[in-house]
Design a protein around this ligand. Sequence first.
Ligand SMILES: *[C@@H]1O[C@H](CO)[C@@H](O)[C@H](O)[C@H]1NC(C)=O
Ligand SMILES: *[C@@H]1O[C@H](CO)[C@@H](O)[C@H](O)[C@H]1NC(C)=O
Ligand SMILES: *[C@@H]1O[C@H](CO)[C@@H](O)[C@H](O)[C@H]1NC(C)=O
Length: 209
Amino acid sequence: MVQAIFLCLLLLSISLQSSSAQAKNCSSESFSGNRRYSSCNSLPYLGASLHWTYHASDGTVDVAYRAPQSSSGWVAWAINPSGAGMIGANAFLAFPDSATGAVTVWTTQLSTYSPTVQNQNLSFSVYTKAAEYSNGLYTIYATLEVPSNNTKVNVVWQASTQFENGVPNGHSTLGDNVNSQSSLDLLSGHAAPAADNSKQHRKNVRNLL
Ligand SMILES: *[C@@H]1O[C@H](CO)[C@@H](O)[C@H](O)[C@H]1NC(C)=O
Ligand SMILES: *[C@@H]1O[C@H](CO)[C@@H](O)[C@H](O)[C@H]1NC(C)=O
Ligand SMILES: *[C@@H]1O[C@H](CO)[C@@H](O)[C@H](O)[C@H]1NC(C)=O
């Protein structure tokens, strides 16, 4: 009996280890629409990963943020150009539109700890934004201006199932949900499989300028 329980625990811990190892290898993730990125990092909280291609020539970056969530919940990824953490964060939120159920992406500037989230412009230019949901994962895609051309950016991310009037509203304030911030060096990151979507990138930026 004791041995059976021990065996179960052993198998459980092996399977947990291998699933977290899989979740943590960002290089093996792929994206729709032939999107490819030159760098990626597995983020230390909320099972998220960040992929990006930095374009020094025009000070922009293509980003893909991926994180697990139920399809009725929301995820968010933000840059904080003026500090760290939530206050001052310029966020991208992916969630199901309350009317159509289609995945939508909003941008919002967070200035309090209990904001009423609105879809508004950020403090830096956003050239493209999109989001999708597949296999238990949200992915947010964006091309944006790197604020002040500072390649060290403070990022913060979040996940929740709380809504108010169909709009993301509130999240857990424990553990991962408060630890989920870091500093990102756009010039670093794990190399991803060789890729060049800079042609598409230039087209996107041109279309919006
Ligand atoms: C991560 O995935 C890449 C691409 O699939 C592979 O080449 C690499 O060996 C993996 N790294 C680890 C630590 O598993
Ligand atoms: C960043 O630098 C690039 C290249 O010099 C320039 O084109 C771009 O306008 C700059 N962006 C900002 C926000 O100053
Ligand atoms: C948001 O940004 C767009 C593009 O730069 C601009 O045309 C629009 O006027 C801005 N909206 C507000 C409310 O500032």
